[in-house]
Design a protein around this ligand. Structure first.
Ligand code: COA
Ligand code: ZN
Length: 312
């Protein structure tokens, strides 16, 4: 059975975009629950400026209090050298660096041109060498809500520049759910050909309902790593119109039904997903938590038995 690895991002991509601050105790308890579900990786928080992302201003405390489970990597989002220093102090297992392939989105989100981001991130990669592996998340790889098309060549150019610096992995992000399956097939094929030696992860948002179709298109091209967010929470506060990531439990449920090994204890994960609305104080987009598994059967109405008897 083919193995698919999931990175859970709800406490980073999800909580950064919540209207109300999720209390630190609730974040720590949720991450500890998720660590027992079989994830390959959990993106716990981000070491960004508290002014830019106030919802994750408790990053140090969260990292200090969560239970570390062998086999579950703890990663954190890092936008600059200051973020990397904080992440290393907090003993992150991986640094997930971030910049955008769109100049406008990079200016909006990180307040600097792409070239300046790249320079800072190159320094971070030097700092991390010999200490922890580095992944780079490239935002807006399938389009930018302010610029429109982001050419495939532009995505490959930034991917190339980071690959040359010796990063372990690249995450190709569809920050505002603009990707469609044909585009995903094309780009993942090009990425697999060029960067087959790197860990390639796909990060989709379900903004326009194409999230799971895009997962499937990627899997069909041999991609085996995905970011997902519990309940389908998520979104970048500096990308207009951004809404939730693909819902982890919905994607995992689909892939398991298709015969893939995700390593996830799905009943356990579903129980955690069902606790999420109470944590954030509102309904969440995930569907399997509401509908149950395809294997959960319902009793037939009583007249069905009567019809069977009269028909026999
Ligand atoms: N962690 C904590 N504080 C940081 C920091 C970091 N990684 N980087 C900068 N700061 C602080 C500086 O010390 C400074 O503090 P001060 O005002 O008290 O002096 C302040 O933030 C501004 O610093 P500056 O370097 O001028 O940053 P900026 O205002 O140009 O913002 C970023 C740049 C990258 C720090 C900021 O835009 C950011 O954190 N963006 C993250 C966006 C994000 O996570 N989006 C969602 C995920 S894609
Ligand atoms: Zn995202």
């Amino acid at each position: 059975m083919e193995r698919i690895h999931f990175n859970e991002v709800v406490t980073r991509d999800g909580f950064q975009n919540e209207p109300a601050f999720v209390p630190t105790d609730a974040k720590v308890a949720l991450i500890d629950e998720l660590s027992a579900c079989g994830y390959a990786k959990i993106e716990v928080t981000s070491f960004t400026s508290a002014k830019a992302i106030p919802m994750l201003r408790d990053a140090e405390e969260v990292m200090g209090r969560i239970r570390r489970v062998p086999g579950v990597e703890t990663t954190v989002l890092v936008p600059n050298v200051r973020g990397a220093e904080r992440a290393l102090e907090s003993r992150a297992d991986e640094l997930n660096l971030v910049m955008s392939t769109s100049e406008t989105h990079n200016l909006a989100n990180l307040r600097m041109p792409r070239e300046k981001s790249f320079g800072g991130l190159r320094e971070v990669i030097d700092m991390a060498r010999g200490k922890v592996p580095v992944n780079v998340s490239l935002s807006c790889c399938f389009g930018c809500p302010m610029e429109g098309d982001v050419p495939e060549a532009e995505v490959l150019r930034w991917a190339d520049r980071f690959a040359e610096l010796g990063v372990r992995g690249l995450t190709i992000c569809d920050t505002t759910g603009m990707a469609h399956p044909t585009q995903v097939t094309r780009l993942t094929r090009a990425l697999q050909q060029r960067f087959g030696n790197l860990q390639l992860t796909l990060h989709f948002h379900n903004t326009r309902g194409m999230g799971l179709a895009n997962v499937l298109a990627s899997v069909n091209e041999g991609i085996t790593r995905f970011d997902g967010s519990l309940g389908g929470l998520g979104g970048c506060p500096y990308a207009p119109g951004a809404t939730g990531n693909i819902c982890s439990e919905d994607a995992i449920h689909m892939l398991q039904a298709m015969g893939y090994d995700t390593g996830i204890d799905l009943p356990r994960l579903l129980a955690v997903a069902r606790s999420l609305p109470a944590i954030v104080g509102h309904d969440v987009p995930g569907q399997v938590a509401k509908a149950g598994f395809i294997t959960d059967l319902h009793p037939a109405p009583s007249y069905v038995a009567e019809l069977r008897v009269s028909a026999s």
